[in-house]
Write a protein that binds this ligand. Sequence first.
Ligand SMILES: Cc1cc2nc3c(=O)[nH]c(=O)nc-3n(C[C@H](O)[C@H](O)[C@H](O)COP(=O)(O)OP(=O)(O)OC[C@H]3O[C@@H](n4cnc5c(N)ncnc54)[C@H](O)[C@@H]3O)c2cc1C
Length: 378
Amino acid sequence: MDFTLNEAQLLVQRTARDYAERRLKPAAAQLDRSGVFPLEYLQEMAGLGLMGVNISEGLGGAEAGAVAYSLAMTEIAAACASTAVTMAVTNMVGEVIEAFGTEEQRERHVTALTSGRHVAGAFALSEPEAGSDPGGMRTTATRVDGGYLLEGQKQWITSGAHAGVFVVWARTGGAGTRGISCFLVEKGNPGLKPGRAEDKMGLRASNTVPLTLERCFVPASALLGELGGGFKIAMMALDGGRIGIASQACGIARAALDASGKYARDRQQFGKPIADFQAIQWMLADSATELDAALLLTLRAASLKEARQPFSREASMAKLFASEAANAICNRAVQVHGGYGYTREFAVERHLRDVRVTTIYEGTSEIQRTVIARSVLR
Ligand SMILES: Cc1cc2nc3c(=O)[nH]c(=O)nc-3n(C[C@H](O)[C@H](O)[C@H](O)COP(=O)(O)OP(=O)(O)OC[C@H]3O[C@@H](n4cnc5c(N)ncnc54)[C@H](O)[C@@H]3O)c2cc1C
């Protein structure tokens, strides 16, 4: 098996790493403290092709593939997890519109996302009463003259106060998942009302809001894909999205492990560096091994996606393993830092808060296990 990255993948990885080290890493602690949305960084990243890594060049993307996207996400997340989740959702929205959109929808929105004209994209699936079970959504889209009227509530919408385009799911008729369709709603639509930003444990510079859709009119041309075909689009998008979140988890974990190694060499107790104690070495060894396993599962899922082979089960395995391992790695990193790890002075405190959500969003660990078990039992 060949683990060598090709030229394009190395270039994207290097570009993301250089940018993350130079611009994001020095800003991340302050972004976390202030909770300010990383607008200027997102615009710079669009200029580097990072808002459409796996989107075709014709639409302004880098066309570098799913593996390159995973590598870039890991680099950005290692520096600033808040910026990384904003990038992840924007890339996902761009890919979904490219895959299912009409020529006009692609031209209008994908190019705006890749160029940074849309600051971000938003993915509005979850609702207050429908999280793990999006098939239970209540938002409706009723056919009216010239288009549809959307009514309902969405919850936890990343970048909802800033996004230029929202992919919104709503019921168009019929029971179950076949009655769900997908629409593109543009920023500034008077019926689309973002609520107050959530006061989150981590990812504090990312924006997460509830959305109210109140007599929200969209023209018939805003339908994405087929009428009644929305649930399938959501599931396909989430398969790819899970590779993004697995990569984000790997990035945060790598940063926590790097910080732990450095701290263990510097910190002295009992007259020697704590790195000399086997207890510390074993924590570092476990973290390094789990991180490599997480990266390999993630890159396997990404390379299957790139080869246009089925990758749903592998993406769930990567998301499950990487997010759980990253939580353990960040937790150990705080332990290696002792009391200092529990203060804002050291980045591992932020990493532990940021990584927590990776086992929750884009499908909880329990839901990933359900997806995996279904494929095992098939
Ligand atoms: C910071 C953040 C950003 C987010 N961004 C977005 C976004 O941009 N767009 C979007 O649409 N959503 C977004 N989400 C929503 C996210 O995907 C949901 O929170 C997630 O799917 C879980 O749904 P829930 O919170 O309603 O939990 P629930 O579904 O209520 O789950 C609660 C608990 O029950 C468990 N559970 C539920 N069903 C089962 C089952 N069948 N078997 C076993 N256990 C089960 C869950 O695993 C969990 O432990 C975001 C969430 C957060 C926190």
